[in-house]
Design a protein around this ligand. Structure first.
Ligand SMILES: C[S@@+](CC[C@H](N)C(=O)[O-])C[C@H]1O[C@@H](n2cnc3c(N)ncnc32)[C@H](O)[C@@H]1O
Length: 176
């Protein structure tokens, strides 16, 4: 199984939109009421710890006005989407960011997730808070890496600010 040790500085200011923020809801656990967690599955939102505002919404069809958020985050969420939905979700995140705002992507490097599922064990150190989660997908169009998402972000007119490539996972910060 792949593994990731992720450090999150807990230094974002302003409103945060967390894409696919159900399940473990890592960003919501770290930022609490500063975050709005959207997810297209109510049961995943129900499962996520209390803290952020939770809204049932498709990341590919965000209903927020343009320029609503200082930050958008996707914490091991894009790996759960098809390529077409990934493209739409990134374009929508760019739309709802304020000028100068940032999109933060933490995700897995996946060579294949079929016929064997892809699994990644994630340990998070968020300025004193330790969290653990295991994420997995089974799909035949799963191949992805930081280059792939960087191109999608650049097509949405976001500019690369930070890129960290690790063994099995990556972090990208893009600026509007
Ligand atoms: C398993 S979670 C992964 C990690 C989650 N961000 C966390 O912090 O634990 C992925 C979530 O993305 C959600 N998701 C997948 N496609 C989505 C979409 N198009 N719009 C919104 N949420 C989506 C899933 O329902 C699921 O809750």
């Amino acid at each position: 199984m792949a593994s990731a040790k992720v450090r999150i500085a807990r230094d974002l200011t302003g409103p945060i939109l967390d894409l696919g923020g159900g399940g473990e809801g890592v960003i919501g656990q770290i930022y609490g009421r500063q975050a709005v967690a959207i997810d297209n599955r109510q049961e995943e939102l129900d499962e996520a710890p209390e803290g952020p505002q939770k809204l049932l919404m498709d990341a590919a069809q965000l209903t927020f006005p343009d320029a609503s958020f200082s930050h958008a985050t996707s914490f091991f969420t894009l790996m759960y989407m098809s390529p077409g939905i990934q493209t739409q979700a990134i374009a929508q995140a760019a739309r709802v960011l304020r000028p100068g705002g940032s999109l933060h992507i933490w995700d897995a490097v996946i060579a294949s997730a079929y016929p064997e599922p892809f699994l990644i064990d994630v340990d998070v150190d968020a300025a004193g808070t330790s969290l653990h989660a295991t994420y997995g997908v089974l799909k035949d169009s799963a191949a992805q890496d930081s280059d792939y998402f960087l191109h999608l972000c650049q097509a949405a007119e976001l500019k690369l600010a930070v890129r960290q490539d690790h063994d099995g996972w990556f972090y990208l910060r893009l600026q509007k």
